[in-house]
Design a protein around this ligand. Structure first.
Ligand code: PEP
Length: 249
């Protein structure tokens, strides 16, 4: 039994229109209600276009929340195409994924930039889900531990509120590839992250993401030190996401 309340996060990425996205949210809502009260949290992170309507769908359902996939570091301003943490919160979001490798790579997000976003998210009352993870090249150079240390030290703002923070360990080479670190390697990295976080390491939720499926979830979540999962592709279908999430119990 994990010491911290576990959490299953669905990252829908840029998938889901009004009809299909809300149908998925409704189905997950039903599964949560049928199994209520859950001993863990479930967070759906739809595209920003669905934040409000998905929030309405899940309104009042215990243990179920909505999150954003990114936010700007300012509350408002001349930033065409961006969305602020305050806006996400206004639409009912309680969480926001920050520093996902797809944003670090495709949008050139730096650790310093992500730190500003975490500060803004926490100020708006959101819990930030900070993604960290090494690339295949880092792994081959045997520098995964030091890369994660740097990402954590530089991405966490000086005034970080640890009670509004979750760390997602997501090796870049495991995202969407169907390959994964061994449970031992995941455990080793989680331990490392806890040690970098120092005193807060024992209370902070640290989850794993990268090609999690119903088949491998039991093995990953067999370790009490893994506080949950961040799921991409397998979260786009309610039954497969649920078959993963229920192992958080
Ligand atoms: C992700 O994008 O955060 C992720 C973990 O994706 P996938 O589950 O598809 O590897």
């Amino acid at each position: 039994m994990s010491k911290r309340r576990r959490i299953a996060v669905a990252n829908w990425k840029m998938y889901g229109k009004l009809t299909s996205g809300l149908a998925l949210a409704r189905r997950i809502c039903t599964l949560v209600e049928e199994n209520s009260p859950l001993s863990y949290d479930v967070v759906l992170c739809p595209p920003a276009t669905l934040t409000w309507s998905a929030s309405e769908v899940i309104d009042g359902v215990y243990s179920l929340s909505i999150g954003g996939q990114d936010c700007h570091y300012e509350s408002y301003g001349p930033y065409t195409g961006d969305i602020s943490a305050a806006m996400l919160s206004d639409l009912g979001a309680k969480f926001v994924i920050l520093g996902h490798s797809e944003r670090r790579i495709a949008h050139g997000e730096t650790n310093a930039f992500i730190a500003r976003k975490i500060e803004a998210a926490q100020f708006a009352g959101l819990t930030a889900i900070l993604c960290v993870g090494e690339t295949a090249e880092d792994l081959n150079k045997d520098s995964a531990l030091s890369v994660i240390t740097t990402q954590l030290k530089e991405s966490l703002p000086a005034k970080v509120r640890m009670s509004q923070l979750i760390i997602a360990y997501e090796p870049v080479w495991a995202i969407g590839t169907g390959i994964q670190p061994s449970p031992e390697d995941i455990a080793k990295m989680h331990k490392h992250i806890r040690s970098v976080l120092g005193e807060s390491g024992e209370t902070t939720r640290i989850i794993y993401g990268g090609s999690v499926t119903p088949a491998n979830a039991p093995l990953i979540l067999a370790n009490d030190d893994i506080d949950g999962v961040l799921v991409g592709s397998a979260s786009l279908e309610a039954e497969s996401f649920w078959a993963i999430a229920e192992h958080c119990a």
